[in-house]
Design a protein. Structure first.
Length: 132
């Protein structure tokens, strides 16, 4: 189960070039029933609370959700569903992502994410360099 980054993962993120755009690929598996701050609702409902509360923080750093989709069928890979939702979020830079992720007010709403998720992956991506 991976809900928060390890210290080495954070260090790698901080050490990477900070001024180029970054796309964060989010792979999400929800708890059937949320716990903590969102006990009594589904993991999906708790994550929706997190998503609504995250909007202003994302906007403040110039980020935007490019795509949010629910998974429906594995075509190649394990038959058992691994993820419930996939999000692709664009940030102007890693520095802006880190600015949001370390904002004390944002960290207060992060509890909804932790209450919602059974497992996740957050993968920093960039555009493919043009050949030639």
């Amino acid at each position: 189960m991976s809900i928060t980054p390890t210290q080495s993962q954070l260090q790698a993120l901080v050490s990477a070039p900070q001024d180029e755009p970054v796309f964060m690929l989010n792979l999400l598996r929800f708890k059937e029933q949320a716990d903590g701050i969102d006990a009594g609702v589904s993991g999906l409902e708790a994550y929706e609370r997190y998503g609504r509360a995250t909007g202003p923080f994302l906007e403040a750093v110039g980020g935007r959700v490019l795509q949010a989709v629910e998974t429906r069928q594995t075509v190649i890979g394990p038959e058992a569903p691994e993820w419930d939702m996939v999000l692709l979020v664009e940030y102007p830079s890693r520095a802006k992502f880190l600015e949001m992720a370390t904002n004390p007010e944002y960290l207060k709403i992060h509890e909804h994410r932790e209450a919602a998720l059974a497992d996740s992956r957050l993968i920093a991506c960039g555009p493919i360099a043009a050949a030639g």
